[in-house]
Write a new protein. Structure first.
Length: 272
């Protein structure tokens, strides 16, 4: 009987056992996975029969200019959505949308590596942003995320660890810095616009819970507003990268197989 085991520790052990290694944040997969890519690229109509007792460890769902995205990557991206309830709608955090966010992010990371134009934030800055984050996630209230024990409990409940979140948030901040430098020149957000977002958007979304002080979340609000300002330019750029490069979806559960830049629409424009 085929089984799918989804614990992160099991996936990591399996990747090491079967020769799957991480290079530049994406998995470079040998032998078995290369055969799977070739089979998907040829548009085979059905999966080849597996030997009796075989266990499905993971499988490739998309290939982005030679870098692969695995089903487990999509599941992790869905898990990370809990950290961004205001930009990733929990009700619409589907595998298809998660894959599109990963595709966008992979394209941006490839451009960052090619141009060497991005500098990662200092660890202290990442910790500062995560401390702010703990005060604005609505679900954090029931876990008392302002405490270390509460934050760890919240992450554990969603299958995340502090180390994984720190790495994810560092990458996210690096991407946002790159996007801002490329598209945000001359874009400014005023204090009044930050206050309006706080009062008209953030506070209502807390559904009666005590909101954090404006001063403690103003940087995060400014980040969100800047994202919105550069969104149209970013989406046009991403579409051109998809058209010029090679973006292939291999699993029909995630979009139209073999198309470039297609599938369920992206919510984040690569910024998540």
């Amino acid at each position: 009987m085929l089984r799918r085991l989804r614990t992160k520790s099991w996936y990591r052990a399996s990747r090491e056992r079967f020769g799957l290694t991480t290079v530049g944040g994406r998995y470079k997969v040998w032998g078995l996975i290369l055969a799977m890519i070739a089979a998907g690229a040829c548009g085979q109509q059905g999966a080849a029969p597996l030997p009796p007792g075989a266990v499905v460890l993971d499988h490739v769902v998309a290939v982005i200019n030679g870098s692969v995205i695995l089903e487990s990557d999509v599941q992790e991206e869905i898990d990370y959505g809990v950290l961004q309830p205001f930009s990733v709608n929990p009700a619409r955090n589907t595998p298809q949308r998660a894959l599109q966010r990963l595709i966008d992010r992979a394209l941006i990371l490839q451009q960052m590596q090619a141009t060497q134009a991005a500098t990662p934030p200092a660890p202290e800055e990442v910790q500062h942003r995560l401390t702010e984050l703990r005060t604005v996630i609505p679900e954090c209230a029931q876990y008392h995320c302002q405490t270390e024990a509460g934050w760890k409990a919240f992450l554990k409940a969603h299958g995340l660890t502090e180390q994984e979140v720190e790495k994810h948030w560092t990458e996210r901040m690096t991407i946002l810095s790159f996007i801002q430098s490329r598209f945000g020149s001359g874009v400014r957000v005023t204090p009044q616009e930050i206050a309006d977002y706080y009062n008209k958007t953030l506070v209502p979304q807390l559904h009666g819970q005590k909101p954090p002080p404006l001063a403690s979340v103003s940087d995060r609000i400014q980040e969100i507003l800047l994202q919105q300002r550069v969104s149209s330019l970013l989406l046009e750029w991403l579409q051109s990268l998809k058209s010029e490069g090679s973006v292939s979806i291999l699993d029909p559960a995630y979009g139209q197989v073999g198309t470039t830049g297609s599938g369920d629409e992206s919510e984040s424009g690569g910024q998540s």
